[in-house]
Design a protein around this ligand. Sequence first.
Ligand code: S3P
Ligand code: PEP
Length: 447
Amino acid sequence: MNPSPSPQSPDAWSAPRASAPLHSVLQLPGSKSLTNRELVLSALASGTSTLRRPLHSRDSVLMLEGLKALGARVEEQAGDGSFGPDLIVTPGTATGDVSIDVGLAGTAMRFLPFVAALSNATAHFDGDPHARMRPMQETIDSLRALGASVDDNGSGTLPFTVHGSGAIDGGELTIDASRSSQFVSALLLAAPRFTHGLTLVHRGDRLPSLPHIEMTLATLRARGVSATSLSESVWRVEPGEIAGASVEIEPDLSNAAPFLAAPLVAGGSVTIDGWPAETTQVGALLPELLTRLGADAHVADGRCTVSADAGFLQGHRFTGGALDLSHAGELSPTFAALGAVCETPLTITGIGHTRGHETDRLEAMQSNLARLGIECTTTHETVTVHPADAASIRPAEWEAYADHRIATSGAVLGLAFELAVDDIEATSKTIPEFAELWTSMAGTGVA
Ligand SMILES: O=C(O)C1=C[C@@H](OP(=O)(O)O)[C@@H](O)[C@H](O)C1
Ligand SMILES: C=C(OP(=O)(O)O)C(=O)O
């Protein structure tokens, strides 16, 4: 990645600056992780399901188009959500050749191949150029170990073809999920449909994103499946029907991260309305994590509010140190941005696996911060961001590298610094409304 200043692209998005403390209350669209799990479970279920207030974004569309290609029927129905219609999903089967575009969606590229193996279709999987760099070997190996036939090019990445045979025996399987929890979730979601269910063992250096595995187990149980953790790295799913269900999708709490981070930069407060009282989403850690940096955060009556009497723009600096985000790698770009407004360096640990996310997130943050004039160093597993020094900050273009979370972390710093995000459209992956919501939030902080 090239850290040298680049001329501003004509269609770059000038991030709105704040000149006064924020006072914003907003609602967010549905959770990507919950929507895409519920879509998969609905397609594998024994009856029709309704997803209320689902996410409508590139990742959810890729998932539902993939499931349609594999035989499911998906219809829209007017609902009461502000971000698009409800979805009615009716399971079905497919035969013949189908092409499945997974875009850059980790959930689509890891979850759909097992749905394909359970179908009678021959499914050709491919995705964006960045998707071809994401680790897929574990998916390919798991399919083969379960008896499915896969044609690949030996690179351990997309593209590949899965020859569905209509059934998977299941039983026991050991995998190494140290590069992504999605390898585990994908197998657990499909496992009730395996003839003998699945006992899945993870063996590897580490297991990132544990809350996402808990989320998978919870969504299975809510549909009547026996799905348990036998230990931190062994899971059992019994064979049986996945019930059709009517499910309300929670707002995406990971996408709350840049919004709730904003008061640390601009001061004031941001409230997310519709915050669930109980959730398996990793974004539920945000109040605690932002408090740890020195902000005030509280959750009450279905709302989460983060506030700062004074933010960076009012001359305040937050608490650096070390922050372990191994469970919450998807929050790391936001916190790396916040490192710039701390008074001592902020080191984020446990995030080596995010080098295999939409882009290498450690390198992407380092390159962008360097362009802005903020020092940042990385190791294989960590990123350390040094406090911004006003004298060395310069206007810069912030590159999204096709990554929604890199784009939104640019917006966070853009509240204070002159910065343009080259591709704000990258946010359409999980929150197509980002630019509009952000502009309206930032507008409450204009003197
Ligand atoms: O299962 C899921 O919905 C996800 C799991 C996590 O993946 P990794 O374990 O690859 O980090 C997370 O980062 C990603 O945004 C969504
Ligand atoms: C890693 C992420 O996405 P994906 O589902 O594509 O893995 C993310 O949203 O931060």
